[in-house]
Design a protein around this ligand. Structure first.
Ligand code: MN
Ligand code: MN
Length: 324
């Protein structure tokens, strides 16, 4: 235990210092982290309004409002494991989407090889594909996916990969187990009646907003847990799953989504799953003049951090932890 509480960035006034994710200490060495917080400044995969490349920086800024202890589930992730901001996935070729995804994959391979669990701030949703290529190469993962869109679409404008398609490609590459995938919040008009056909045909559990309203939060959590089961599971949280009243700052908003509190309850309800990573994507600061969408994104990232830290502690009870 340190003598000087100000040696711990989490104990300093929240408006001070360099704005790392959650005010966690920064390191460029993922071996120093049990949970690696990562920014992924990518928006080359969007089908409409760009801007999510600025998401990580604004989420960093707003995440300064987060504190350590979560009274809802009594988890303090910083007591359970070493949480570090390892910086942004370095995209060396930002003008080229496929090359950008390769750069992201290379970054996450280093994080994964170091043994750290990644929790990321995006960035458009195509970024989850290279994360899966890095962390799910040896076995497919299950997924609890919050989104207005299934993101299992086909090729668009000559490209198989874009932010509406990562989970079709991930299944085809053997990285994502569709039988252990649940998609929550699906809604909105589509260009064709069967735009999300792949989700249904591959066996994903699709919970539309209309079904969510019938089920309610508790039964939705139970269904998500049933589908994800005991295997390694990833949480992917697209902020456009929320109603745009709460998260207007995103590229493809869809009205009629869940509330921020419903989303918090659902994320907390995933405690006990074998969580191996997570992300919050599609925060687009150019459409977020108040900064509220970035705050919402940071808050969801914090909730994911709590349940992921709890899962990590359960998996590795002897893992090194911070003195704090
Ligand atoms: Mn999405
Ligand atoms: Mn979406």
């Amino acid at each position: 235990m340190t003598e000087d509480p100000f040696a711990d960035p989490l104990q300093r006034p929240r408006y001070t210092g360099i704005p790392t994710l959650m005010r966690a200490p920064h390191t460029e060495d993922p071996a120093e982290a049990d949970i690696a917080l990562v920014g992924v400044p990518l928006d080359g995969g969007v089908t409409n309004r760009p801007g999510a490349r600025h998401g990580p920086r604004e989420i960093r800024n707003q995440s300064g409002l987060m504190r350590a202890f979560n009274p809802a589930n009594r988890i303090n992730p910083y007591e359970l494991c070493r949480v570090r901001d390892v910086g942004d996935a370095l995209i060396r070729r930002p003008f080229r989407l496929e090359d950008s995804l390769d750069d992201i994959e290379a970054f996450f391979r280093e994080v994964h090889a170091a043994g750290a669990v990644p929790i990321s701030a995006g960035g458009d949703h195509s970024l989850t594909l290279p994360i899966f290529r890095a962390i799910a190469a040896d076995r497919p993962v299950g997924m609890v996916h919050f989104d207005a869109h299934c993101d299992t679409g086909g090729p668009r404008w000559g490209s198989a990969v874009h932010h509406g398609a990562p989970f079709k490609v991930a299944v085809e590459e053997g990285l994502l187990d569709p039988a252990r995938t649940v998609q929550i919040g699906i809604r909105g008009a589509t260009a064709e009646p069967d735009a999300w056909r792949f989700s249904y045909e591959s066996g994903m559990r699709v919970i539309t907003m209309d079904e969510f309203h019938g089920l309610g939060v508790e039964k939705t959590i139970a269904e998500a847990r049933r589908v994800a089961g005991d295997g390694p599971t990833y949480i992917s949280f697209d902020v456009d799953g929320l109603d745009p009243v709460f998260a207007p700052g995103t590229g493809t908003p869809e009205v009629g989504g869940y509330t921020t509190h419903e989303a918090q309850l659902m994320l907390r309800g995933l405690r006990g799953l074998d969580l191996v990573g997570g992300d919050v994507v599609e925060v687009a600061p150019p459409f977020d003049p108040s900064g509220n969408t970035a705050l919402v994104g940071a808050t969801m990232m914090y909730e994911i951090l709590c349940v992921a830290a709890d899962a990590l502690a359960a998996r590795r009870p002897d893992s090194p932890s911070d003195p704090r």
